[in-house]
Design a protein around this ligand. Sequence first.
Ligand code: RP5
Length: 174
Amino acid sequence: MSDILSETDNLQDTSPLRVGVIMGSQSDWETMRHACDVLDELGIAHERRIVSAHRTPDRLVEYSKTAKKRGLHVIIAGAGGAAHLPGMCAAWTTLPVLGVPVESRALSGQDSLLSIVQMPGGVPVGTLAIGKAGATNAGLLAASILALSDSSLGARLEAWRATRTAAVADAPSE
Ligand code: RP5
């Protein structure tokens, strides 16, 4: 496993590692960092890895097959273009896999979205919106899943939502 260990893991939280955030390329990080930001805000221990379905296929297999026994509960996978990373990851694990379509240069992420969302019945990938919103919501959805068995996290998630509700003004300002 050492080749996929990284110094970028969230080490501030001493709670057990629960979420794996994987992406096909360094270029995906600007999108996927928004998932990690949410996980950080909610105090969810996670790791970040570059795992390419076509450039590092062996890494993908190793990561996906060992994820559950390493204690992960949810995997968030982001990729762009012919975005087969989330689907291939889901092929190797029964953990929930949340797919984030990264906005591609050629087709603005439409290709990424359709590649991820159109999984044949039997191997699900929970697909989010294209880009930053999808990454943010993947982090929140991972939190919701984990909160089902973690009441403390559930309370933090409720508070996170309440803060955003309170920030909405009654009327627009000039
Ligand atoms: C996919 O190809 C990655 O997920 C990325 O979104 C896209 C482009 O990758 P780079 O050429 O920037 O490495 O594999």
